[in-house]
Design a protein around this ligand. Structure first.
Ligand SMILES: [Zn+2]
Length: 172
């Protein structure tokens, strides 16, 4: 089966053209959330106010053009996915922080000042987080195939145009 071609307005640049099937959170996060140790039931558990269910559902919709999708990848997602917890004890961000001196410590509790550490890309972390909130704010998303709304994850804006103007200035 070939990929579906969807033409429409990109929510970020407002250009008209082919849209990508964009994820609310990276597809790689869905993969990381799967339990390799449970091959018969590897899907993550989805918790909502209404219910708990194990599901392979991924929240996606045709939202961004290829250029804007690439902006999100290069300015935030790529770094965050490389440095987040990857399973099997691999956690680059934690290792970077752990190799530096904490600014405060008490027992196992430690505080690090990431602004002093050039290896921690705070700009990428902030970009990534705000891009997820922005995506959640410009459309209604569903967190399961049976239509549970996930839009409450996002920031509330008085109007979607304001959100897009804000994002266009930040996500460049
Ligand atoms: Zn675009």
């Amino acid at each position: 089966m070939g990929k579906k071609e969807v033409i429409g307005e990109c929510k970020l640049c407002l250009g008209f053209g082919e849209l990508r099937d964009s994820h609310l959170v990276p597809a790689a996060l869905y993969r990381l959330a799967r339990a390799r140790s449970r091959p018969k039931k590897p899907d993550p558990v989805l918790l909502t106010v209404a219910q708990r269910q194990q599901t392979s559902f991924q929240a996606t919709q045709y939202l961004l053009c290829g250029r804007c999708e690439t902006l999100f990848d290069q300015n935030g997602e790529d770094w965050v996915m490389k440095h987040c917890y990857r399973g099997r004890g691999r956690f680059r961000l934690r290792a970077i922080l752990g190799a530096s001196a904490p600014s405060a410590a008490e027992g196992d509790f430690k505080i690090y000042d990431a602004s002093d550490n050039a290896a921690v890309r705070i700009d990428r972390l902030v970009y990534f987080c705000t891009s997820v909130f922005w995506r959640a704010s410009v459309r209604t998303w569903y967190s399961s195939a049976n239509g549970i709304k996930a839009s409450a994850w996002g920031i509330r804006t008085k109007n979607k145009y304001d959100a897009t103007c804000w994002a266009r200035n930040r996500f460049r």
